[in-house]
Design a protein around this ligand. Structure first.
Ligand code: TYM
Length: 330
C-alpha cells in the first residue's frame, strides 16, 4: 500500500524560534511514523531577502541539525536541501507561466515583506509562493503541516494545481494543509497581537530553539501580560493566552489543567513555570544539536542521501509536466 505523502519546509534564515518548532517541526516528527514525509530546508526561498553567503551555509546546516535533534529520522523520512534538487526551480518557471500577477499581489506575506524592504523589492520575493507551490506539488503531496501564516500560500498551491490540471489534464495532487488547533500561531512575547518571528527587531519578542536557559527565563519574565492578574484563556488576555499555549505544548498539560493549577496565583509564579517547561523541553534538543554540529560528515551524508531520494521522486513529476506543456523529451 502506498503511503500518503507529507511535504514541508523551513527557511534557513537564521535562528529558528519556538514558533517554528511548535507550529511546524514538532508536528513533523509524529507524521514520519505514518506517512512518506519530505522535509526540506528551503535555501532558495531564503535568498528572497539579502543573505550573507557564509551565514546562509551555516544556517542551512543548523536547520538540518535541528530537524534531526527534534527527532526526525533519516531512516523514516527524506531530509534535503532545496537547491540540491533542480526540479524545484524548474517547476517554478512553468508554474510562473500560469500564475496571475493579481493573485500574487494579494499575498499578505508579500505585502508585509515588501513594505519592509522597499529598496530591495526583487522579483523573487514576488514569486516566492510559486516556488513554495512547486515544492509541494512536485512530490504529489497529500498533506502540508504548517503554521497559520502559511495558509494563504497553501491556497495558492491548491489553485495552481487545479489550474494546471484543468489546462493540461490531471497531473498534480491537490494538497491539504495540516494546521494544528493549538500552537499554529505562537505570538510575540512583547506584542502578543503579532506573530512570534525571528525577524523581530526586539529580541525579547521571541525565544530561539537554541536560546540558553538564562535567556529563556529572562524573556519569559519580561513577556507582556495585563493588569487582570488571573491565568485565564481568552482573547482579552493575549499575552497570557500565548504563554498558556506555550506551556501546554511543552508540558503536555491541557489548558483547563493549567487554568486550574494557577487559580488565585499571580503571574510571577506562572511565568517562572512557563520558562522552566520551555527550558526542560528544549534541553535535550539543544544537547543533540550540539553533538550533531560537531559531526559535519554525518550531516553531509544525510542531506546527500536525502537529495538523491528527492531528486528521483520530483523528476517523475517534472517529466510529466514538461511533456504536457509541449517540451521535447531530453
Ligand atoms: P518559515 O521558514 O517562515 O517557517 C517555518 C514553519 O514555521 C511556522 N511558523 C510558525 N508557527 C507558529 N507560530 C509562529 N509564530 C510561527 N512562525 C513560523 C511556519 O508556518 C512554517 O510552517 N514559506 C515557508 C517555508 C516553505 C514551505 C514550503 C512550507 C517553503 N516551501 C512548502 C511548507 C511547504 C516559510 O517561510 O516558513
Amino acid at each position: 500500500m502506498d503511503k500518503k505523502v507529507v511535504f514541508s519546509g523551513v527557511q534557513p534564515s537564521g535562528g529558528l524560534t519556538i514558533g517554528n518548532y511548535i507550529g511546524a517541526i514538532k508536528n513533523f516528527v509524529g507524521l514520519q511514523e505514518k506517512y512518506n514525509c519530505y522535509y526540506c530546508i528551503v535555501d532558495l526561498h531564503a535568498i528572497t531577502v539579502p543573505q550573507i553567503p557564509k551565514d546562509l551555509r551555516k544556517n542551512t546546516l543548523e536547520v538540518l541539525a535541528i530537524y534531526l535533534a527534534s527527532g526526525l529520522d533519516p531512516e523514516k523520512c527524506t531530509l534535503f536541501i532545496q537547491s540540491h534538487v533542480n526540479a524545484h526551480a524548474e517547476l517554478t518557471w512553468v508554474l510562473n507561466s500560469i500564475s496571475y500577477m493579481g493573485q500574487l499581489n494579494r499575498m499578505t506575506q508579500f505585502k508585509e515583506k515588501s513594505k519592509k524592504s522597499e529598496e530591495n523589492l526583487n522579483a523573487a520575493l514576488f514569486t516566492y509562493p510559486v516556488l513554495m507551490a512547486s515544492d509541494i506539488l512536485l512530490y504529489q503531496t497529500d498533506f502540508v503541516p504548517v503554521g497559520e501564516d502559511q495558509k494563504q500560500h497553501l491556497e495558492l498551491a491548491r489553485d495552481l494545481a487545479e489550474r494546471f490540471n484543468n489546462k493540461y489534464s490531471e497531473t498534480f495532487k491537490v494538497p491539504e494543509p495540516l494546521i494544528q488547533e493549538f500552537g499554529a500561531k505562537i505570538m510575540s512575547l512583547q506584542e502578543p497581537e503579532n506573530k512570534m518571528s525571528k525577524s523581530d527587531q526586539n529580541e525579547n519578542g521571541y525565544i530561539l530553539i537554541l536560546d540558553k536557559p538564562d535567556a529563556i527565563r529572562r524573556k519569559v519574565k519580561r513577556a507582556v501580560t495585563d493588569s487582570i492578574g488571573e491565568v485565564r484563556y481568552n482573547d482579552e488576555q493575549l499575552g497570557i493566552k500565548n504563554l498558556m499555549n506555550i506551556y501546554s505544548v511543552f508540558s503536555g498539560d491541557s489548558i483547563e489543567e493549567i487554568e486550574n493549577r494557577y487559580q488565585g496565583i499571580g503571574y510571577g509564579k506562572f511565568k517562572e513555570d512557563v520558562a522552566e517547561v520551555v527550558v526542560q523541553g528544549l534541553a535535550p534538543i539543544q544537547e543533540r544539536y550540539n553533538d550533531l554540529m560537531k559531526n559535519k560528515d554525518y550531516l553531509e551524508k544525510v542531506y546527500k542521501e536525502g537529495s538523491e531520494k528527492a531528486n528521483y521522486a520530483s523528476m517523475k513529476t517534472l517529466r510529466k509536466v514538461y511533456k504536457k506543456v509541449g517540451f521535447i523529451q531530453r
